[in-house]
Structure formats: C-alpha cells, structure tokens
Write a protein that binds this ligand. Structure first.
Ligand code: ADP
Length: 153
C-alpha cells in the first residue's frame, strides 16, 4: 500500500498553538504530514516568508514525520505533485465550516483529494493568526498563543 501523505496548508502568519494542535492530532492518521505554507502573491503578510518558515521548522524539528515546505499555486496541484491524497484542515466555528466545505469539494473535484477536518479544541477555538497579529500590533504578550519557537521582540 502506498504511503498515506497529507498536506496541512496555511499561511502561518504566524504559526499558533491552534495550528500545532491540529498537526499533532493529525500525525497518527498519516505516514507523512507536509505542513505547506502557501505563497500567495496577492496576500499581504505581517512576517516575511523566511521568518514564517523558520518558525514552522523549529516548531516541528523533533517530529520526523512532519515536513515543512512552501508552495505557490493551488493546494490540489501541490497534492498531485507530492503524491498526497489528503488535506488536513482545522475547523473553529461554523464560518470556517461553510468556507472550508466549498474548498474541500473543489479540491475533490479537481484532483480527487479528500479533506480531513479536525475540530479545534475548545481551548484553541478563539485563536487565529489574524487575532495574534492584532495583539502584536498593539504590543500585547502573545506567548500563550504561539509555540515557544516563535519569538516576537
Ligand atoms: P489560511 O490562510 O489558509 O486560513 P491559516 O494559517 O490561517 O491559513 O490556517 C491554516 C489552517 O489551520 C486552517 O485549516 C485553519 O482552520 C486552521 N487553524 C487556524 N487556527 C486554528 C486554531 N486555533 N485551532 C484549530 N485550527 C486552526
């Protein structure tokens, strides 16, 4: 049987404890989990690509079955390129669900890729990179919401 490879795509601007939780919970389901940071040319990021990538790599350095990479273009095309038949996404609320459902069905239609949804743990449901960025902009302490590898001066 071929290896079960999954992609966990995102912007990770920055990676949060919510993302880490999804990765660790998804790990036992797959042989390899590829954390794939999308480089969307039309999106504006707070942290440069190299910084976001370094934080992700440091966060999962002790997990041999987790790989970290960047990609451009469609997630479904990335899956095809690396032989991944699954995408992992976290769901925090019904807004996430409505949006993610359409994308999941489109990825299935495009490349036959199945999306596996994991519900955010209750203690992470309020955490998003967007809110963490807002806190950073206002000089708040975000250490409870990001993994230890993320150092924000
Ligand atoms: P995107 O720009 O693709 O939404 P994000 O980096 O914001 O990328 O999120 C990547 C994935 O992580 C998404 O599936 C999102 O739902 C999930 N996620 C983000 N924050 C949390 C959280 N606090 N708990 C669980 N899943 C989360």
């Amino acid at each position: 049987m071929s290896a079960r490879i999954a992609v966990f795509p995102g912007s990770f601007d920055p990676v949060t404890v919510g993302h880490v939780s999804i990765v660790l919970r998804a790990l036992p389901l797959f042989d390899r989990l590829v954390v794939a940071m999308g480089e969307n040319t039309t999106k504006r990021y707070l942290f440069p690509l190299e910084q976001r990538l370094a934080w992700l790599k440091a966060t999962f350095a002790d997990r041999p079955t987790v790989e970290v990479m960047t990609y451009q273009g469609l997630t479904a095309d990335l899956c095809e390129r690396i032989g991944a038949r699954y995408i992992v996404r976290g769901l925090r609320n019904s807004t996430d669900h409505g949006y993610e459902r359409s994308i999941a069905l489109m990825n299935h239609a495009l490349r036959g890729v199945e999306t596996i949804f994991l519900p955010a743990l209750a203690e992470h449901a309020h955490i998003s990179s967007t809110i963490v960025r807002e806190l950073i902009a206002n000089k708040a302490d975000v250490s409870a919401f990001v993994p230890p590898a993320v150092r924000i001066a």
